[in-house]
Design a protein around this ligand. Structure first.
Ligand code: PMP
Length: 421
C-alpha cells in the first residue's frame, strides 16, 4: 500500500487528486457486485466506478468472450474490415430510440460528446450551443466548455460558444416551477443569440455529477418542441444513464422523446473503453467526412459491448433496476422520515441521489463524507456528487440482490442514528 501511495504522490498527475476517503482502500479484485482491498476486506459496491459496471465486476459472461477475442484479434483500425464493430452498430441500431440508427465509435464519454457537438455543427452549419447548469459532458475542449460544474471547468480558455440555461431542479423550489424556468431560460437564450446561431442543446436526461437531477415527465417533450421550432438539435448525453441503469435501456425513453443525437459510453463497455455518438440517417450523412478514432470500437471492446447487450437482455437488467430501485427508494424515503438531514430523495431505477442538508437548509458535504467513511468501515462503497458535494449517490451494479439493498439500508440507518441531530 505504501508503494501505491508513493507512486501516486510522485508519479501521477495531478498529485492533489482527491479521493472520497481519508484513507482510500487499494482495490485489488472485483467479483460481480463486490470489491476486495489489499487486506482482503470485502466491499459491496454501490457506485459501479461511476455508473460503469452495470453487469458486475469481472463477470465471466462478459469477460470470457472478450478474452477469446483478445486471443484472436485485438486491433486493426478501421483501415481494414472487421466484423465486431459493424455487428455492434447493427445491434445498437435496433435498440436505440426512434430513428437513431448509425453509430460512430470512440473510447470515452468525452470523445462521444465532442463528436456529437461536431456532428451538430456539420449538419446545421451553426456554431453555438446551449447547455444546462449543473451538467457535465467531459474534459475535452468543447465538452468541458459545455460542462457547467465549476470544479470540472479547469481550462481558463473555454469556448465562448456555449450558453448555460437554468436547471430543472433547484433545492427548495417546486420541481415543476424549476422546469418551467429552465424552458423559459432556454427560450430567452434562443431569442438573445438568434436561432440561426445555435446548433444544438446538449443535456443529460438525468444529471449524474450534478446531483442526480430528474426533470419532470413532460419536460423533454416541451423542450424538443421548442428546439424543433427553432431548428436546433437535441443531443442527449446518456454516458451515465445508459444501458438499463434507470430501468429502461436509455433514460430518455422514460420521456418518450427521440433526440437527434444520443451519446453512450461507460456501461456500454462494462469497464472496457468504448463509447459512441449515435444519430439518425440525415445527420449521419452530413458527418460523411473522413473521421476515425484509432482505437474506437476495436474488436475487443466491441465484443465486450455485444456481451453487455446480451447480458442485459438475458437477465432483464432493466426490470431488475426498476424493481430494486423501487425497494431502494422506498427504504430511503422511510429513512428520510426518521432523519430530516436527508433533505431530498430522488432518481430513477438504480440511479438514486439523496441530498444531505442541515436542518437550517445549509448543504452538508461534511456529513456526506462522514456517512461515506462509516459505510466504508461497514464494507459498503457509495458515491457522492452535486454542486455542493452534498448528495449521496447510489448507482450499484445492476446485479445486486434485494438482500444487498437491505444490508445497505440497515447500515445507513444505524450510521444516521449515530450522526443525525
Ligand atoms: N458525460 C457524462 C454524463 C458523464 O458522467 C461523464 C463522466 N463522468 C462524461 C460525459 C465524460 O466521460 P469520460 O470520463 O468517459 O470522458
Amino acid at each position: 500500500k505504501e508503494q501505491v501511495i508513493e507512486n501516486k504522490q510522485n508519479y501521477l498527475c495531478p498529485p492533489s487528486w482527491n479521493h472520497f476517503y481519508k484513507e482510500p482502500p487499494v482495490i485489488v479484485k472485483g467479483e460481480m457486485q463486490y470489491l476486495y482491498d489489499d487486506t482482503g476486506k470485502k466491499y459491496l459496491d454501490f457506485f459501479s466506478g461511476v455508473s460503469v459496471m452495470n453487469c458486475g465486476h469481472c463477470n465471466p459472461e462478459i469477460i470470457e468472450p472478450a478474452i477469446a477475442q483478445m486471443r484472436t484479434l485485438q486491433h486493426t483500425s478501421i483501415i481494414y474490415l472487421t466484423e465486431q464493430m459493424g455487428e455492434l452498430a447493427r445491434r445498437l441500431s435496433g435498440l436505440l430510440p426512434g430513428d437513431i440508427c448509425r453509430s460512430f465509435f470512440c473510447c470515452t464519454g468525452s470523445e462521444a460528446n465532442e463528436t456529437a457537438l461536431l456532428m451538430a455543427r456539420l449538419y446545421t452549419g451553426k456554431k453555438e450551443f446551449i447547455a444546462i447548469k449543473n451538467g457535465l459532458h467531459g474534459r475535452t475542449h468543447l465538452t468541458m466548455s459545455t460542462t457547467a460544474i465549476p470544479m470540472w471547468r479547469s481550462d481558463p480558455y473555454l469556448s465562448d460558444a456555449v450558453h448555460f440555461a437554468e436547471n430543472t431542479f433547484i433545492y427548495g423550489e417546486d420541481i415543476e416551477t424549476a422546469a418551467k424556468k429552465s424552458l423559459e431560460s432556454i427560450r430567452r437564450i434562443i431569442e438573445m443569440r438568434g436561432k440561426d446561431n445555435i446548433a444544438a442543446l446538449i443535456m443529460e436526461p438525468i444529471q449524474g455529477n450534478g446531483g442526480i437531477i430528474t426533470p419532470p415527465p413532460h419536460y423533454f417533450k416541451a423542450l424538443k418542441a421548442l428546439l424543433e421550432a427553432n431548428d436546433i438539435l437535441l443531443i442527449i448525453d446518456e454516458v451515465q444513464t445508459g444501458f438499463a441503469r434507470t430501468g429502461k435501456l436509455f433514460a430518455i425513453s422514460h420521456y418518450e422523446v427521440v433526440p437527434d443525437i444520443l451519446t453512450v459510453a461507460k456501461a456500454l463497455g462494462n469497464g472496457m473503453p468504448i463509447s459512441a455518438a449515435c444519430t439518425n440517417e440525415k445527420i449521419a450523412m452530413a458527418f460523411n467526412k473522413p473521421s476515425a478514432s484509432t482505437l474506437g470500437g476495436n474488436p475487443v471492446c466491441s465484443t465486450t459491448a455485444l456481451a453487455v447487450l446480451d447480458y442485459i437482455e438475458k437477465y432483464d437488467l432493466c426490470q431488475r433496476a426498476e424493481t430494486l430501485g423501487k425497494q431502494l427508494m422506498q427504504g430511503l424515503k422511510l429513512l428520510q422520515e426518521k432523519y430530516p438531514i436527508l433533505a431530498d430523495v430522488r432518481g430513477m431505477g438504480l440511479m438514486v441521489g439523496v441530498e444531505v442538508r442541515h436542518l437550517n437548509g445549509m448543504a452538508a458535504p461534511e456529513l456526506v463524507d462522514d456517512i461515506l467513511e462509516a459505510l466504508k468501515e461497514c464494507g459498503i462503497i457509495l458515491g457522492k456528487n452535486g454542486l455542493e458535494r452534498n448528495v449521496l449517490a447510489f448507482q450499484p451494479p445492476l446485479v445486486i440482490t434485494p438482500e444487498n439493498v437491505k444490508d445497505l439500508l440497515d447500515a445507513l440507518d444505524s450510521i444516521l442514528a449515530g450522526i443525525a441531530i
